[in-house]
Design a protein around this ligand. Structure first.
Ligand code: SF4
Length: 715
């Protein structure tokens, strides 16, 4: 019987607050639900909270229907030689995993075991997974799908500010802004309740959106006289440099701020010399007049009410993503925005715990507290908390794309654990990823559904869902929130903390692993203490009282809702301005097709679906609204290829082929097509994206792939 709880949405980083109450059909005396239709056992209602103010999107409203979904995995499943998954007991499952790990380590060494985590795991699970990989499995090879999400913005933030926290200010600060410049973010579809925070700027003509498509968010700019910049995909960096050029050359920069709070300004001015608006227009396709107007409005806003620059995946998911985010930060520094109480720069984290997931040890190069794994002091601190010799903590592992490329290879990963990720759909060059999964000696997938990745697994382990567990998550503002248990999980399901604790015992791990979330959080507090993401002053009791807890929150402090007010996190308290200019894109991203009119493919999200769609495609209402991938294409581009409304098209390049229906749209450029990445199989957009990565962050190129498009003649 469900008990209900106040908790937060299981999906995106806005972490909208919701209440879960027993559904009428599950309350005593209401009688059984009709056998043919599994009605949700909990009812969802929006709860007042600063990020959502009671609002939820379609995904949030329908999230409870997955808890008792008929496709839920409720017992461990072992794949037989015929390829069919059949139930086994938990004892058998644990023995199989233990045997596979030991055998792999003996045959190939500990780094042949790998772990792929997820940005939806709670802080407790993310922390424990990092510790489990390094101590129980003894491998350096752990990374997570957050690498695909905002690693480039994180790298740029660390470089400029000395620390990366998605939004270094509360979301509510945006309400009073005069100007908000959104670069590559379609919040109207990805996190609709966020739009209310844009209203003030939008109504006064201060909303500026850069997006190759006239997305739902870009369309808002038409309401109040805002600006939509529609650059050629992959030219965002040049666009930002063009705006920065105007700021410098029209005397709009905040020179006092630059002198007092930054270093590197002179080199930035030199680097901008070649990016005058008319030249940038020729690179990006954005009219020089709009480039100038954007710079002027941002500068005017900074002096009158506040200006904010916010980046999203559209500008970050590129092979030059770190440089593009760096350019956006430089622009914000030129205008004096970061570290002001009414202006700022931020990046809009995507996944539910994308922020916390990267702070506590899931990343290949980090230890809890956002510590560098190569830093001797950090290693000594964490080793002391774990009660082990620091030499037992392996060094840096492989970033996500490299880890996936290594699957089944000599010196690569031969036995892989996947937690909370569906890489068969969400990773770039998905065909190659699926081949890699199939070449493994042993694949263990922890999930609550048979996702496309779970279908490839030797062993599927059923784990608890969001409403069945206690824990914490850290939202896009760096605010730590409580996830609360509202429902008893099905009998055969276990929490990942329990799983890691049992396996650690069986593998004779040199440290203890608790299966109690609060106990794990208490250990996380100690491990993070003194780090950049210090959680030592946060505990469950204060979160339960509703206190706002923004990190860094050292013990004895009151947390940090607004970062950088007194200085940046570098030793000299200054922000570092790093000059960046567009470079040569890697050969694989400039694939030459025999087609005389190649197009650029942009991938992205839809209102109804979340990430790989493993969850939302199973929600009846969401599936009915968006059941398949549609190729968005401009009518004239389609007509040139003999494609009409309702036709099927083949989208292809040297990595793969996608077959999907077309959706004619005037909102897209004529040289660009768009595919959502939520769908598997024939409609899987990531069959076409490439695994080339940003050299600084390891971010793959999701937003600019060269493709050919033709009408499908037979289906
Ligand atoms: Fe959930 Fe994000 Fe929708 Fe809010 S905006 S209800 S957190 S998916």
């Amino acid at each position: 019987m469900p008990n209900g709880a106040n908790t937060h949405c299981p999906y995106c980083a806005l972490q909208c607050a919701m209440s879960l109450t027993p559904a009428a059909s599950t309350q005593p005396g209401s009688g059984p639900a009709p056998a043919a239709k599994a009605l949700p056992v909990l009812e969802v209602s929006g709860r007042d909270f600063p990020t959502n103010r009671g609002g939820l999107c379609r995904k949030g409203w329908t999230s409870a229907s997955l808890l008792n979904h008929s496709g839920r995995v409720t017992e461990p499943l072992l794949k037989g030689s015929d390829g069919v998954h059949r139930p086994v007991s938990w004892d058998q499952a644990l023995m199989l995993v233990t045997g596979a790990v030991k055998q792999t380590r003996e045959k190939y060494g500990p780094d042949a075991v790998g772990v792929f985590g997820g940005g939806g795991l709670t802080n407790e699970k993310a922390y424990q997974l990092g510790k489990f990989a390094r101590l129980a499995l003894g491998t350096s090879r752990i990374d997570y799908n957050g690498r695909f999400c905002m690693s480039s913005a994180a790298a740029a933030g660390n470089r400029a500010f000395g620390v990366d926290r998605g939004l270094p200010f509360p979301v509510e600060d945006l309400d009073s802004a005069s100007v908000i410049f959104l670069l590559g973010s379609n919040v109207a579809e990805t996190m609709p309740p966020f739009v209310q925070h844009l209203k003030g700027a939008r109504d006064s003509g201060g909303l500026i959106v850069a997006d190759p498509r006239r997305s739902a968010t870009a369309a808002f700019t038409g309401d109040g006289g805002g600006i939509h910049l529609q650059p050629t995909p992959g030219t965002d960096l040049a666009l930002i440099l063009g705006i920065s050029h105007v700021v410098v050359h029209e005397g709009l920069a905040d020179t006092q701020y630059l002198e007092d709070r930054t270093s590197g300004y002179t080199a930035i001015v030199r680097s901008l010399a070649g990016f005058w608006p008319e030249r940038v227009q020729s690179i990006t396709g954005v009219p020089a007049t709009l480039i100038r107007e954007t710079a002027r409005r941002l500068a005017h806003g900074a002096r009158n009410g506040g200006s904010y620059i916010l980046t999203g995946r559209g500008v970050e998911q590129h092979v030059d993503g770190t440089d593009t985010a760096t350019a956006a930060i430089n622009l914000s520094l030129l205008l004096g925005l970061p570290g002001s109480s009414r202006s700022g720069y931020g990046t809009l984290t995507g996944q539910g715990n994308g922020q916390g997931g990267r702070e506590h040890g899931q990343k290949a190069d980090q230890l809890p507290g956002y510590r560098k794994i190569t830093d001797p002091a950090a290693r000594a601190h964490v080793a002391a908390v774990w009660g082990v010799d620091e030499r037992l903590i392996p060094g840096p592992g492989l970033p996500a794309v490299e880890l996936l490329k290594s699957l089944g290879k000599p010196d690569g990963v031969r036995c892989l654990f996947v937690h909370g990720a569906n890489v068969a759909v969400s990773a770039p060059d998905a065909n190659a990823v699926i081949d890699g999964l199939r070449s493994l000696d042993f694949l263990v997938v922890c999930d609550f559904f048979l996702s496309e990745t779970a279908l490839e697994a030797d062993l599927v382990l059923p784990v608890t869902q969001w409403a069945e567990e206690e824990g914490t998550l850290t939202n896009l503002e760096g605010r730590v929130l409580r996830r609360r248990k509202a429902l008893t999980p099905p009998a055969g399901v276990r929490s990942e903390l329990w799983l890691m604790a049992r396996l650690a015992e069986l593998l004779d791990a040199p440290s203890t692993f608790s299966d109690d979330p609060e106990t794990v959080f208490e250990e996380l507090r100690l491990a993070s203490s003194g780090g950049l993401a210090d959680y030592s002053g946060i505990d469950y009791a204060m979160l339960d009282r509703g206190e706002a807890a923004y990190w860094p929150y050292p013990a004895g402090s009151s947390g940090t809702p607004r970062l950088f007010l007194d200085g940046f996190a570098h030793a000299d308290r200054r922000a570092v301005m790093v000059p960046v200019v567009p470079g040569k894109r890697p050969a694989s991203s400039a694939v030459v097709l025999s087609d005389t009119q190649p197009l650029t493919l942009v991938t992205g999200r839809l209102l109804e679906h979340y990430q790989s769609g493993a969850q939302t495609r199973r929600v009846a209402e969401l599936d009915a609204a968006q059941p398949e991938a549609l190729l968005q294409i401009h009518p004239s581009t389609a007509a040139a290829r003999g494609i009409s409304r309702g036709d099927f098209a083949v989208v292809s390049n040297d990595r793969g082929e996608v077959l999907c229906k077309v959706e004619l749209s005037n909102t897209i450029r004529t040289d660009t097509v768009f595919l959502p990445f939520h769908f598997p199989g024939a409609g899987s957009a990531n069959r076409l994206t490439e695994a080339a990565t940003d050299p600084v962050s390891g971010m793959p190129e999701f937003k600019s792939s060269t493709v050919r498009v033709r009408k499908a003649t037979a289906i």
